[in-house]
Write a protein that binds this ligand. Structure first.
Ligand code: CO8
Length: 258
């Protein structure tokens, strides 16, 4: 696989995908989005990959959708292109865990892309924002919905109405990111976290991801019922037998994804 706007490296069960349009602070144009969707769906089916890390540069995870590409589009153009519709679906369909490692700007579509990942680790220099209001538009790939679920209505509304940025400390305080790290530690720690996930049963990680995501899609009662059924179902796997036997025998588990 070779890409013009991404750098992809696979090691120890982890696929590191780096957004690579430094000249535009990784602005998401259709080429990058198409390549990202293709890479994720190809690698999601690759048994050598058990977890993803999605990152950008030290200066920008992504500074939003590519404003220059969008500027002259009409309503009909956007409707026909379904800009980011298909690509966004490909990201959300990824069954293996995806960690966003955010340094620098994660703005507009960049913030929305990070929020589509399973969790966000960020560097101390991270800046999150939905500044679309300054361009005379609003978030278009889930920002009004996801940011509100992450940080609550008041903060989300303020960010969408004013376009102000949230720094790393505020993002952690508000539940947008799981941890803040010094910039130099961000990628090593994201990769170490991904390797830790890659050691688990791939069946259990897939199911855990599915269950947590249910919390966003359904009522508490339905979500708890769903979790209980899949918990029961995991007792049909060899990995459950191995994991529990390994605990009792005081040894590390060797999962076979069966
Ligand atoms: N699109 C295109 N080019 C960009 C973008 C962008 N979003 N962001 C930065 N660039 C380019 C700049 O134009 C500049 O290029 P050049 O050197 O050719 O002039 C280069 O990247 C470097 O940027 P700056 O010189 O501006 O760097 P600064 O450090 O001075 O500023 C900022 C950094 C604050 C991040 C600034 O670049 C900025 O404000 N960028 C735009 C942020 C923004 O408004 N993002 C939201 C975009 S809209 C969006 O994401 C909608 C998502 C939903 C779409 C779905 C459609 C259905």
């Amino acid at each position: 696989m070779s890409y013009q706007t991404l750098i992809v490296e696979i090691a120890d069960g982890v696929a590191l995908i780096r957004l690579n349009r430094p000249e535009a602070l990784n602005a998401l144009n259709s080429q990058l989005l198409g390549e990202l969707a293709a890479a994720l769906s190809t690698l999601d089916a690759d048994p050598a990959v058990r977890c993803f890390v999605l990152t950008g540069s030290d200066k920008a995870f992504a500074a939003g959708a590519d404003i220059k590409e969008m500027a002259d589009k009409s309503f009909v153009d956007m409707l026909k292109l379904d800009f980011f519709g298909t690509e966004g679906d490909a990201i959300l369909r990824t069954r293996k865990p995806v960690i966003a490692a955010v340094a620098g700007y994660a703005l507009g579509g960049g913030c929305e892309l990070a929020m589509m990942c399973d969790f966000i680790l960020c560097a101390e220099n991270a800046k999150f924002g939905q500044p679309e209001i300054n361009l005379g538009v609003v978030a278009g790939i889930g920002g009004t919905q996801r940011l509100t679920r992450f940080v609550g209505k008041s903060k989300s509304m303020e960010m969408h109405l004013t376009g102000r940025f949230m720094d790393a400390a505020e993002a952690e305080r508000s539940g947008l990111v799981s941890r803040v790290l010094p910039l130099a530690d961000l990628l090593p720690e994201a990769l170490a976290t991904a390797r830790k996930i890659a050691e688990k049963s791939a069946i259990a990680t897939m199911v855990a991801k599915d269950c947590v995501n249910r919390a966003y899609e359904t009522t508490l009662r339905e979500g708890v019922l769903y979790e209980r059924r899949v918990f029961h179902a995991l007792f049909a796997t060899e990995d459950q037998k191995e994991g529990m036997a390994a605990f009792a025998e005081k040894r590390p588990a060797k999962f076979a994804d069966k």
